[in-house]
Every structure is written in C-alpha cells, then in structure tokens.
Ligand binder design. Structure first.
Ligand code: DPP
Ligand code: ZN
Length: 870
C-alpha cells in the first residue's frame, strides 16, 4: 500500500479539455470508448486505470493505432503514453471492456441488486471505469456521453447535464441509446450514468430568475409511491438556497436515482444525484420520523453541493472538508430553518460527540484536512464532515451571519469553475471581513484532537466578574476558539448579560464583565459555539451550578447540556468502581421532575424528549479514560430504572396524555410538533419498559410495549414498541417479530429495520441471535445497508459485542466483507480501533492483529487496521 501526502501535491503537466464517452452495455461485457482532447506540456503522460477491473483493448492517437510497449505501457494502476505532441491539442481514444456484474466493491460502474447499472465515482471510482486523470483538479467538459443498452431491460438511460438525443439503434431495434451533454466542466468524481427499468416521479421548479427546471426522481417501479417526500424536500431546498444565499440551480433538469446497494448516503453528481434508497424513499408506513428528517437533510445536502462542491470543487482530496464541512453546515442550517433550530443543534451535537469525539481520541484522529492517506475512502469521516461543519459554523459565529454570507459570496464568485483549497476559502472569508483577523483560525485545518476549554469565574465586590479561560490542544499551541457566554443573576436566575462571543486566542485569557449588580452564574459555550470539551477548573459545587443552569438558562442548548452533565455524573457514580452521590441524585431528580411536569405545557416536545434522554453510551464512553462497556451499560440502565421507578406514575400519566393528544389527529403528520409528540411519548415508553427486575415487572413492561406496538399508526411508534419489546423476556416477542417480518416482505428498508431491532436488543442471548440472523436467507453481504443494519448495529450493542465471541465474530465478518467490498469492511472495523481505552482491549487488539496477518487484506482495511495497531 502506498501512502499519499498532502505536501506532495503537484499540478498535472497536461489538461484534458473535453471528453466523449461511448458506453455499450451488454451482458457481462461492457465496452467503453473514451475520446479525449488533451494539451500536454510533457511528452510522457500517465492516466489512472485499474487493470483488475478494466481491460484495455486499444489506444489511438489522432486516429492512429498505438503499439503497446513502444507507444504506451499498462501497469496495474496506470496507462503511460510516450512521445506525445507538445503544447498542441491532440485526440486520444481508448477502448476498454469491463464486467460491471462482477463489481462487488460498488465503486465505478456496477449492477445494483435490482439489476440496474449505476456508478459511484467519488473518490476514485472513475479509474475503475475508463483510463483518465482521475483527480478533482482535472475538470473536463463531458461533451457527449452516449449510452447504449437493451431497450426492454434498460428503458431508462441517464447521465449528467442535458439529454440531446435518444432513439433505437438502426442495426438492432432491440437496443436503444441516449446521448447526454453537460455544459459545465467537471472532475471525474462528478460523472454518473444509470441504465435501468425505473419508475419516475416528475415535478418542476421555477428559479427566481425564471429558469424552468424539470425535476425527476427515479426508483424501482414498485417504489415510486415512496418519492413524494423527497420531491417536496428538493423543492424546499432549492427555494431555501435562493432565499438564504441567493444561489440558483443552473441546468434545466435535475435527476435523482434511488439505488439499493450503495456505499455512501448519496452522491451529488452534476445534474444526476445517485441516492442510497435509505435517504430518498419514505412514507408513513415504512419510514420513521428520523428517516423523514434524514431524507430532507440529505436531499438538501446533495442539492447544496451543486454550488459548494460542483461549481467550486476541491483541488485535491485532502481538501475534502472544503466541500463537505461547508455543505454539511448548509444542510444543518436548512434543517434548522425547516424544523426547529434548537432541536437540530442538539441532534447535531449528540452525533458529533457520539462519533467524532471518539474518532478524534483514537488512532484514526486526523485534522479536518488530513495530511496523508492510503485509501481516500477512509477519510469520509465524522471529522471531515461533522467537525468540518463545526469549523464553518465558527466562521459564522466569529464573523456574524452577514459577514459570513459576504465571505461565501466572495468565495463562490472568485472561484466559480475552479478546483481550490481550504486556504482559498479562508482567504475569501478574510477578504470579505477585513476588520477581523483570521490568521490564527487557520490552525483548525491542521490540528487534530478535541480541544479542552477550562474555566473559572470570580466575582468581585466592585461589580465585576472575571471569567478565566484556558485551552489545551493536541499540539499545545492555542486555537482561535469562539466562546459564546451569557451571565445569569445568581439570586434571581435572570439573564443580566446576553450572549457575547469571546474570542479565546491564547492559552489562558481572562475576560472581564463590569457594572454588575450582584453575583452571577456564567452560561458558557452557548449553542455549542465550538467543538471542544468544556471543563470547570473548580469542581466544588459543579452539580448545583448545573442544576441552576438547567432551571434558568435562556439558551435552550445549554439548558439541555446542563441536564446531560448531571446525568453523566450520576451514571458515573453508578459505575462498579464508584460510590453513589446523593446530592447529584437530588439535582437530577429536580431537573427530571421539572421537565416531566411541564413537558406538555408548550410545543417544544422534542426538546423535552431530549432533556429526558440519558446521554448515549458512546458519548459517556468518550469521557472515560478506561472504558468498561458492560459496566457502563449497566450503570446507565440503573439510572434509567431509578428514574423510571421514582417517576413511574407521572410517566404513565404523561404517556396517556400524549396518547390522547396524538389520537386527536387521524392522519399521521410529519411537522415538528407531531414528530415531537411521538418522540416524547417514545422516550416515556422507554423509561416505563426499563422496569423489568421481576417477572411481574417484565409482564407489565411487555404489555406496555406490545400495546404501543399494536396501536402504532406509523413506523416510528412501531419501532419504538418493538425495540422495547425485544429487550424484555416475554412471550409476545417472537410473534411481534414474525408479524413485522411479514410486513417487511418486499421492502428492503423495512427488512433492514427488522434486522437492526434484533441486533440492538439487550438480552443475554443477543450474540447468538445475531449470528443466526447472519445466516438468514434475507441476509446478504452484497447490500451495504443490510450489512450495516445487522453488523453495524451489532457493534453498537455493548452486551453483544464486548465479549470474546463478539470480537471474534466481527473479525470473521470483516474478512468475508473485505473480499467483496473494502469500503464497507474498513467502516465496520472502526469499533475495534479504540482498543487501548477498553478493559477488554487486548482481545480487541487480537482481532486487529489477526486481520493484519491476512495476506490479501484490501488497502482500505489495511490502513485502518495498521493505524489501529500503531
Ligand atoms: N456523496 C457524499 C456526500 O455528499 C460524498 N460527496 O457527502
Ligand atoms: Zn457531501
């Protein structure tokens, strides 16, 4: 395996200006003819191509056949040409054959389980399709893409841009063709083509300057009724980008295709997005509220890439966060505007802490702009995406919304049609905001690890309050950290200083607030203004301060955060090694009681739901130096049960009230209020069903869960009932699962849920169940969603995964998956990486060593595993 370094970037010595493709799809033999117009400043030129996947048949230069050996050479990964004309355009034509049916890596051109042909080129799939300079700074005009296939099996033929011509083939009327043209030059990773038998949902949108855009979303014919929500989301996204940033769509056609077997979530190919079905298909009977929210955000995300990613792209793959961090930030702002900003912020921070913090603390830690990679596919990470989005958010916090918008405008104007770097982005932000110094801010791009910010406050009788902040970073040097702070009056809880952004730029800095009437309590890092860990320097009455903030903070995020901190400390007190602390319990009890009592008083149901939810095991683990996952799981369960026992009657009362409220509307709605009502009620159900110490309690819990499941009017409630039920020892369990299985027949996404709900069940025999499911006829390694539904979920189930047989099972699975789909295997391996922090670390490490000893490990998995052992 070869490691590539950011510092070694070199521009190409040639440029491919235009490219024309002719793709002949035939069973087990696809032929691709590629004609390129090239200008070169070097007589020798190398094109990328993977010899294991594509077989070179011939090469022509300006119409003259070239000879292998003298005119060109083919190696495992490249085609090198010699004696090319210098500085004058020439035409190079290659012909390759390939078998997409055998492409199990799902990178390049492949066949989906439904039989359709589709492509995934990012990051380096194009070299598995034809010979080309497969890198993002090589932008060519795809002037003509002709696809030809059997007319009956593949009636729909799609590629980027505009359809120029289509018809049946003269020499064979069973075959037909379509010719596409994309006016915008693009790098190879944004190319796409699809051939299949597809149904479509059509609509249209008129941009603010009057461009009429045809919108089409394709899926398998029996799935087209599941496309309505995606279409509505797309139109909302188009409108939002015009309203918020003045950005309009630039072609007359926008196509989306849903594909069942897909490694990523979705792909922003110019004018032809390809989506994982999980992020595009949704209706009330098959999708949960969370699924609906994701469809909206991923549809938005890929649409927003059209400007931040496609019109302005990355110079090299190290700059990935340039488009991904920015586009995640944009999709987060979109979701916040469409739904509730506070709820979204909580959800995004939960995700960041649950995944990115762990990544940043383990052997895969990397800056949002990595310095090196073996396989770029391994760097589509939580760090590049989620932390990258936090970095963009910090620009907005430091510059203000107006300043940020000016900066983005300048960036897009200055670099339209170019492939640029994160430095170019920062420069545009700085040039548009010359009064603000962003010099130090640059370090966020090169500093891995989660910074720690420590604080101490001091009240002085002269009416001043001094807030002392310290920062610790992975390299010891300071970062520019925007810390949003407000002050609350200690006596009344009223806010006396509203939110201000403190620019922490030194290792230690003291900020003074004056003219205060009396002692204050600070609310720090409001709305989570920076991706850091906040820690008090003095822990004396930490719990009472948190309880105060939980009751009085005007910042919704920090109110939620205060309660989360209290839960965390209570759960940690229940770890096998710790003693109980009654004062923390009292504070938790108060906060829980207050939230529960008032949870129906206003429509912030989702916020209440999240305040009542304990931090996840992965978030909690992130705060421990040594992780005992089973002990942690039990400690969290104990606290959940204590709360359930203490508040059982109120929980039941509110649960019934919510049932009543929800039953008032017949039709299932997906607005923020309805989603919030269901979310809250399902959190209460989870508490009620956690009481299962005695057979009587188990019966009671199972009854609640079963009733909830059977009365469910949509997938959200069904899943909540079923999830509770499968973790309780009870006689309904299997019936409910069998019934759900029947319901899932014919719907791959629902079947995935059937696998996941069992993989997450917390029972003494979870692992055996999971291993049986692995042998189930519906289980297949060829569909990444199915694999993630079972194996990915399994690794999140502490009781199933964290045992010798669990680690062994994951090792076995990884070997099998790696032979088919390295992108998938390397993703699935990540739970083994932080082994050093786990009490059972040596056993986890054993599996990594076992993998590393394999002679035929993929580069993807090799990189992850070897990093894990370094
Ligand atoms: N398709 C992936 C995304 O949109 C990678 N570009 O994030
Ligand atoms: Zn993206």
């Amino acid at each position: 395996p070869i490691e590539v370094f950011r510092k070694d970037y070199q521009p190409l010595p040639y440029k491919v200006d235009t490219i024309e493709l002719d793709i002949q799809l035939e069973p087990r033999k696809t032929t691709i003819t590629t004609q390129m117009t090239i200008t070169s400043s070097s007589q020798t030129m190398t094109l990328d191509g993977d010899r294991d996947v594509i077989q070179l048949q011939q090469v022509e230069l300006n119409g003259v056949l070239l000879k292998e050996g003298t005119d060109y050479q083919v190696t495992a990964s490249a085609l090198t040409l010699f004696q090319l004309p210098l500085h004058t355009p020439f035409q190079l034509t290659t012909r390759v054959t390939t078998i997409p049916e055998d492409n199990t890596e799902l990178s390049g051109l492949y066949q989906d389980s439904s039989g359709m042909y589709c492509t995934q080129m990012e990051a380096m799939g194009f070299r598995r399709f034809t010979y080309m300079a497969d890198r993002p700074d090589q932008m060519a005009t795809f002037a003509r893409v002709r696809i030809e296939a059997d007319a009956h099996q593949y009636p729909i033929l799609l590629s980027n841009g505009n359809l120029v011509e289509q018809g049946s083939c003269e020499n064979n009327t069973n075959r037909h063709y379509a010719i596409w043209q994309d006016p915008f030059p693009k790098p190879t990773y944004l190319f796409a083509m699809v051939a299949g038998n597809l149904g479509v949902l059509q609509d249209s949108y008129t941009t603010k300057s009057g461009r009429h855009v045809d919108l089409q979303i394709f899926a398998e014919p029996h799935q087209t009724h599941l496309l309505q929500y995606a279409m509505q989301s797309l139109k909302r996204a188009m409108q939002w980008d015009e309203d918020r940033y003045g950005l309009e769509y630039d072609l007359d056609l926008y196509n989306i295709v849903a594909v069942d077997s897909f490694n990523m979530g979705a792909m922003e190919n110019k004018g032809l997005n390809v989506f994982n079905t999980a992020y595009v298909l949704a209706d009330p009977a098959t999708a949960t509220d969370t699924d609906f929210e994701r469809v909206e955000s991923v549809i938005g995300h890929e649409y927003f890439h059209n400007w931040t990613g496609n019109r302005v792209t990355c110079r090299d793959w190290f700059q990935l966060t340039l488009k991904e961090g920015l586009t995640v930030f944009r999709d987060q702002e979109f979701s916040a505007d469409m739904n509730s900003a506070a709820v979204n912020r909580i959800e995004n921070v939960r995700a960041l802490r649950g995944r990115q913090f762990a990544e940043d603390a383990g052997p895969m830690a990397h800056p949002i702009r990595p310095e090196s990679y073996i396989s770029m596919d391994n760097f589509y990470t939580a760090t590049v995406y989620s932390k990258g989005a936090e970095v963009i958010r910090m620009y907005q916090t430091i510059l203000g919304v107006e300043g940020f918008n000016q900066g983005l405008k300048l960036y897009l104007e200055r670099h339209d049609g170019q492939a640029v770097t994160c430095d170019d982005f920062l420069q545009a932000m700085a040039d548009a905001n010359q009064d603000i110094d962003l010099t130090l801010f640059r370090r966020w791009y090169s500093t891995p690890g989660t910074p720690v910010v420590k604080y101490r406050g001091e009240w002085n009788e002269n009416g001043t309050y001094q807030l002392h902040l310290e920062q610790e970073t992975s390299d010891g040097d300071p970062l520019h950290i925007p810390v949003s702070v407000g002050l609350l009056d200690h006596a009344t809880g009223k806010e006396v200083v509203s939110t201000q952004v403190l620019n922490l730029k030194e290792s230690q800095q003291t900020f003074t607030f004056s003219d205060l009437a009396g002692p204050v309590v600070p609310s720090i890092l409001r709305t989570f203004s920076a991706p850091v860990k906040l820690v008090p320097l003095e822990k004396d009455n930490e719990s009472s301060v948190l309880a105060f903030l939980a009751a009085h903070d005007t910042d919704g995020f920090n109110r939620w955060e205060a309660v989360q901190r209290l839960y965390t400390s209570l759960i940690f007190h229940h770890l096998p090694s710790k003693e109980e602390s009654s004062s923390t319990w009292n504070y938790v009890e108060q906060a829980f009681a207050r939230t529960l009592d008032t949870c129906l008083d206003n429509s912030d149901y989702s916020i209440s739901a999240y305040v009542l939810t304990l931090p996840s095991e992965s978030t909690l683990a992130e705060e421990m130096d040594v992780i005992d996952p089973i002990g942690l799981h039990q400690a969290r369960s104990t606290v959940k049960q204590q709360l359930a026992r203490r508040f059982q009657s109120v929980l039941m009362e509110k649960y019934s009230a919510l049932t009543e409220l929800l039953s008032q509307t017949k039709e299932l709605k997906f607005d923020a209020t309805s989603i919030g009502l269901r979310r809250l009620r399902n959190v209460l159900l989870d508490y009620l069903c956690s009481l299962k110490d005695t057979p009587e309690e188990c019966d009671q819990a199972a009854q609640w869960a079963m009733n909830h499941y059977q009365a469910a009017t949509g997938m959200t409630d069904q899943m909540a009932g079923l999830s509770a039920l499968v973790s309780i020892d009870n006689p309904f369990r299997q019936d409910a699962l069998d019934q759900f299985y029947q319901q899932a027949v014919g719907n791959s996404l629902v079947l995935n849920k059937w696998f996941t709900v069992q993989a997450l069940a917390s029972t003494p025999t979870s692992l055996e169940t999971i291993q049986k499911l692995y042998q189930h006829p519906d289980f297949t390694l060829k569909n990444p969603n199915r694999v993630r539904a079972l194996v990915g979920a399994f690794t999140m189930n502490a009781v199933a995964f964290h045992q010798p047989a669990g680690y062994q099972f994951l090792g076995d699975v990884l070997l099998e998956v790696d032979a088919l789909n390295p992108q998938l295997s390397s993703r699935l391996a990540s739970p083994l990486l932080p082994w050093r922090k786990y009490v059972s670390g040596p056993l986890m490490k054993e599996q990594l060593e076992r993998l590393l000893a394999q002679p035929k490990l993929s580069d993807d998995l090799y990189e992850i595993v070897s990093r894990g052992l370094k």
